[in-house]
Design a protein around this ligand. Structure first.
Ligand code: SAH
Ligand code: SF4
Ligand code: F3S
Length: 443
């Protein structure tokens, strides 16, 4: 039996795409392995959001050369966002002649056929089609424990001036609501306890059959019976609306947890980024969410060093970060993406970028730590997700509002909703103990 290994880079959407690749390869009776040496097929599911993601993939592909020399029958596949950039396939072929199959982001469903054909004919295959092509109906081998990722839409129409995603993933296409609902029901029947809805801008979801929007989708998901949680990512401030906050507030299933990337706190930078909201509008959304759902976990993405960012722009971002009081924020240094408008703008000095990111990370860490301290003494419902890497007999899970908690437990706790009392906080990590009361009864 042939063994395969998938190496995934990038966002949750890519992680989920790897679950589809695994589903297809398992249907072909190939077997998953975590060992590179034992693998007969190695799939690189790549990302190109920033230069370091791309360099990591290039480095790892390059590192296969000696193994490929030893093991002539090894099949090497490169797919994902990197391959969909202009000229990427040619560049990959020139740099790594030992790569056997190159597939575009919208050709994942053909990975089984491509591998079968390659194994028979041993001729290199490149298949990169238009991003308007849909890959629906692929089998999935879910690998994220208690959580099932569910795509609600593909692509992006926003063209933020720094971002490569619209070029490599194509235009926005929403999946029909009835298909999403039946996928969710299937995942729940299979025992998953948490559903995470995926899309680059979930707030602009529009069902092509009845034109219903994201709020309507959430309302229908909330009506599905059983005890489970729902999260969604990513929200875009320009399309986020109060109706969504109201549904979250009134639902036991939709978690009090919103990922709302702000990118910058400077209005001139936001304009140059084509984000289509202001710092004031963003803070107004946050204030409204907090007024309606006081314990809502709000996380964000923040980018430093966008072309033309001045010291004042940076301090506007710092000011926003302090006011927004995020539970957590992913901080990035702007990375030039060829083919995007920002690549042609005047760039910020790398030393200044480094100084700013260090300062920002320090400030956000202090905010996250303070937020964690506030949780000490409280009892939360936690969905036990997995073993914890922090030590023996330790397990981890999340509160409804997205805080990660580590506690002592048993293997049987995985997949259960437990009541956990928070005993201590170290930086943003929380540690707690199980209380007597369990809350895993069916609703
Ligand atoms: N669709 C989502 C997320 C897209 S990618 C959104 O609109 O927020 C995830 C994050 O990567 C972005 O939020 C942004 O902060 C970051 N990112 C995107 N392009 C980047 C670039 N060229 N350099 C650095 N960070 C980038
Ligand atoms: Fe990129 Fe902007 Fe689309 Fe997000 S909304 S994927 S940052 S273009
Ligand atoms: Fe995701 Fe990276 Fe592509 S963030 S959409 S895998 S460029």
């Amino acid at each position: 039996m042939l063994k395969y290994k998938i190496i995934t880079y990038g966002c949750q959407m890519n992680v989920h795409q790897s679950e589809k690749i695994a589903g297809i390869l398992n249907n072909l009776k190939f077997e998953n392995t975590f060992s590179t040496e034992n693998a007969d097929i190695i799939v690189f599911n790549t990302c190109c959001i920033r230069d370091n993601a791309e360099q990591r993939a290039y480095g790892n592909i390059g590192a296969l050369k000696p193994l490929k020399k030893q093991k002539r029958n090894l099949t090497v596949v490169v797919c994902g966002c990197m391959t969909q950039q202009d000229g990427a396939a040619e560049k990959l072929r020139a740099k790594f002649p030992f790569v056997n199959i190159i597939l575009g982001t919208h050709n994942i469903d053909k990975i089984g056929d491509a591998i079968t054909q390659y194994l028979q004919k041993k001729r290199p295959i490149t298949l990169i089609e238009d991003t308007s092509r849909l890959c629906e109906g692929t089998p999935e081998l879910r690998s994220s424990g208690t959580n099932a990722w569910i795509d609600i839409m593909y692509g992006c129409n926003n063209f933020c001036t720094y971002c490569i995603v619209p070029y490599v993933r194509g235009r926005e296409i929403s999946r029909p609501k009835n298909v999403i609902i039946s996928d969710i029901k299937k995942a729940l029947e299979d025992g998953f306890k948490e559903i995470t809805l995926l899309g680059q801008n979930v707030n602009s979801y529009k069902d092509s059959t009845d034109n219903s929007d994201f709020a309507s989708l959430l309302r229908d998901i909330d009506k599905i019976s059983g005890k489970f949680r729902v999260r969604f990512m990513t929200s875009h401030p320009k399309d986020y609306n109060s109706e969504i906050t109201d549904i979250i507030k009134n639902s036991d299933k939709i978690c009090n947890n919103i990922h709302l990337p702000v990118q910058s706190g400077s209005n001139s930078v936001l304009k140059a980024m084509n984000r289509r909201y202001t710092k004031e509008k963003y803070l107004q959304i946050i204030d409204e969410i907090r007024a309606k759902i006081p314990d809502c976990g709000i996380t964000s993405d923040i980018m430093i060093g966008f072309p033309g960012e001045t010291d004042q722009d940076f301090y506007d971002t710092v000011d926003l970060v302090k006011k927004a009081d995020f539970t957590n924020a992913f901080t990035f240094v702007y990375s030039v993406r060829q083919g995007t408008p920002a690549a042609k703008m005047i760039q910020v000095d790398p030393i200044i970028k480094q100084k700013r990111i260090t300062e920002l990370v320090k400030i956000q860490n202090e905010i996250s730590a303070k937020q964690s301290l506030k949780a000490v003494g409280n009892v939360y419902e936690v969905l036990c997700e997995d073993f914890s890497e922090k030590g023996e007999n330790l397990f981890c899970g999340r509160t409804d509002n997205g805080k990660l908690v580590t506690f002592e437990g048993t293997r049987d706790d995985i997949g259960k909703f437990l009541k956990i009392k928070i005993d201590s906080a170290h930086a943003s990590a929380l540690f707690g103990t199980k209380t007597e009361e369990h809350t895993d009864e069916k609703r």
